[in-house]
Design a binder for this molecule. Structure first.
Ligand code: HEM
Length: 280
């Protein structure tokens, strides 16, 4: 990713050196460059651009982009809530990850997840029941819109979600016993495999990343990065949600949120012979 971003940062810095500050600098990168010039980290006169500085800006941009656009924290919290309220999944998932890590030589690569069908299925089941964007493909009206079938005119400012992901994924026509969490639902009982490409392939029954023109472009990286975060916590820590009677998930404005009021006591996991070793 940085191989793509750094030349663009360099190009924009060069462009800024020869142009005056524009009031319409609205891109985050331009603002960062202007601030760096103001604070003296970059100069309009200096020919050389510090490579270390370019790398720092690229890291910062990636961090902000992931933090702002991606619901990593939401999906990771959902996975943990589902796990900690069902402790029976912890040992089998840990064992599976451990065997997969042996095959990849301890590398947390994308290939790891080709060897972890139960873990993949657990992830899919969590996304099936709790797609963060419960209503995807949301748009805000700029002008009045009349929908004849509703016999209603929506005013500018109204938000409309066109793809009811949560409801499609809880429809009994699409999934057997759809309101029950079955962490191994997506494991093929005949082969023991899980279709990992299906996790990121939208269909009318699978909409956690929307569908069509606005399908999430970061869905593969988003899923895998979240899975690594989740796997490392699963591996290294124990917690449980016993005695909590608040809802784990809240629904607001077409979005499903992990309840931020929930406090969980987490402790470093003590390895025992049933569970295998702690996180490498
Ligand atoms: C597991 C994590 C993620 C989930 C569940 C997710 C989900 C979604 C959904 C549902 C949409 C469609 C929004 C709509 O139109 O209603 C979307 C769009 C988008 N996502 Fe993600 N996303 C994830 C990770 C990421 C990451 C890592 C990135 C980039 C770093 C990213 C970048 C985007 C962008 C740019 C769009 C807008 C696409 C467009 O409208 O053309 N997402 N995401």
């Amino acid at each position: 990713m940085k191989q793509i971003i750094i030349p663009e940062i360099r190009r924009r810095i060069e462009q800024k050196k020869i142009s005056e500050k524009q009031d319409q600098d609205i891109f985050y990168l331009d603002v960062m460059i202007e601030l760096a010039m103001k604070d003296g980290y970059l100069s309009r006169d200096n020919q050389d651009i510090d490579e270390h500085f370019l790398d720092k800006i690229a890291n910062h941009l990636l961090f902000i982009c992931h933090e702002m656009i991606s619901p990593f924290w939401m999906v990771a919290s959902m996975l943990l809530f589902e796990l900690w309220s069902r402790p029976e999944y912890a040992t089998p998932l840990r064992k599976e990850l451990e065997s997969a890590l042996e095959l990849t030589g301890g590398q947390w690569s994308f290939d790891l997840f080709k060897q972890t069908p139960k873990f993949e299925s657990f992830t899919k089941e969590t996304l099936r029941l709790n797609p963060p964007s419960a209503l995807t493909s949301g748009r805000q009206l700029l002008k009045p819109l009349t929908l004849q079938s509703f016999a209603h005119t929506f005013n500018p400012g109204a938000k409309i979600g066109f793809m009811p992901a949560r409801w499609a994924q809880r429809d009994p026509d699409n999934y057997r016993d759809p309101n029950t969490f079955d962490g191994y639902r997506f494991v093929d009982p005949a082969t023991g495999t899980c279709d990992i490409s299906g996790t990121i392939t939208p269909t009318e029954k699978w909409l956690p990343f929307a569908i069509g023109a606005s399908t999430c472009p970061g869905r593969l990286a988003g899923t895998r990065i979240t899975q690594v975060m989740f796997a490392k916590i699963l591996y290294g820590y124990d917690a449980n949600l016993d005695g909590i009677d608040a809802a784990f998930f809240l629904h607001y404005d077409g979005v499903t949120w992990p309840n931020p009021e929930i406090t969980v006591l987490v402790r470093t996991r003590q390895a025992d012979e049933n569970d295998g070793p702690l996180c490498p």
